[in-house]
Design a protein around this ligand. Structure first.
Ligand SMILES: Nc1ncnc2c1ncn2[C@@H]1O[C@H](COP(=O)(O)OP(=O)(O)OP(=O)(O)O)[C@@H](O)[C@H]1O
Length: 279
């Protein structure tokens, strides 16, 4: 009954946990990100999310699943400092989302790779550093590291139109990683890709995370298989106005190989999440 992930200790057989108030546990582990009573009403009166409470620890991968229009992107935009809550507070290690974004602590990956079509892979990836005034030598060194991570080191000079959909998304991920964010927000990043590419990118994302296990990732997906494969915890949202209806722990240690998808444990977790979504 905790707002904080207890996944490392929880057996998936007992994976369903209600949202509740184990405030004692919350005090013991300082979360990287906390949302307290966050609501958002747009100017036209649409209440997108209502009273969201969540605490996320460093190194967690938390997926958000829920019906279309339940406010997942709204929530992510507020966490990224791209919109303010109407009520409640969001805290990222003592900083506001706006401060964290300005300091490079939060990066955002969208479903569309949003690359500059006229610029090379290298220029696209280094753009955030250029905007923050980082010296060229440092930019190039860091680009080498992230392009290596996403397997695109040989494509530095390529233009986006010369890349496949999966490669464009890798560039987008590299661009998000180049500022060494503490928090990586991914809003349906693999939604437009075919299933095989999608699974390879899921594998690669976990491999990247193995190299930097302190990075915290929040992930929006409509795909329950993807959520189970990637996450330490799944936040299931209700219909609009969205709130966290249930949190489901995925107590399966990393590294999770490709074959995790074929285990009975995986199937059971998918079934559990599906059952919550169906209600
Ligand atoms: N700028 C805006 N002004 C008014 N209403 C908005 C605005 N942005 C989003 N909404 C509304 O807020 C609600 C939540 O939208 P949001 O995009 O956050 O949902 P979502 O869960 O990400 O949806 P999907 O899964 O379809 O991407 C929707 O009803 C949407 O129409």
């Amino acid at each position: 009954m905790s707002l904080i992930a207890t996944g490392k200790e929880t057996h998936p057989g007992a994976a369903l946990s209600d949202i509740g108030g184990n405030r004692q546990a919350e005090k013991e582990v300082a979360p990287l990100l906390s949302l307290r009573n966050v609501s958002k009403a747009y100017g036209n009166g649409t209440v997108a999310v209502r009273n969201v409470n969540l605490a996320i620890r460093e190194g967690e991968i938390v997926s958000f699943v829920g019906p279309s229009g339940c406010g997942k992107s709204t929530l992510f935009r507020m966490i990224a400092g791209l919109g303010s809550p109407s009520e409640g507070t969001i805290d990222i290690l003592g900083r506001t989302p706006e401060q964290s974004r300005r300091e490079g602590g939060v990066s955002y990956v969208f479903q569309d790779a949003t690359l500059m079509p006229w610029s090379s892979v290298l220029d696209n990836v280094t753009l955030p550093l250029k905007l923050s005034g980082t010296a060229k030598r440092d930019r190039l060194e860091r680009a080498d590291r992230v392009l290596e991570l996403v397997g695109l080191k040989d494509y530095r000079k390529a233009l986006p139109r010369q890349l496949s959909g999966g490669m464009k998304m890798r560039v987008s991920i590299a661009r998000a990683l180049i500022s060494n964010p503490k928090l990586l927000l991914m809003d349906e990043p693999f939604g437009a890709l075919d299933e095989m590419t999608r699974q390879s990118l899921q594998d690669e994302l976990l491999a990247i995370r193995e190299k930097d296990p302190r990075m915290t990732i929040l992930f929006v997906t409509h795909n329950v298989f993807e959520a189970v494969f990637l996450s330490t915890r799944i936040a299931v949202m209700s219909v609009r106005p969205g709130r966290i209806a249930k949190e489901i722990e995925v107590d399966v240690p990393y590294p999770r190989g490709h074959d995790f998808r074929t285990t009975p444990e995986f199937g059971e977790l998918v079934r559990s999440v599906g059952a919550v979504l169906a209600h």
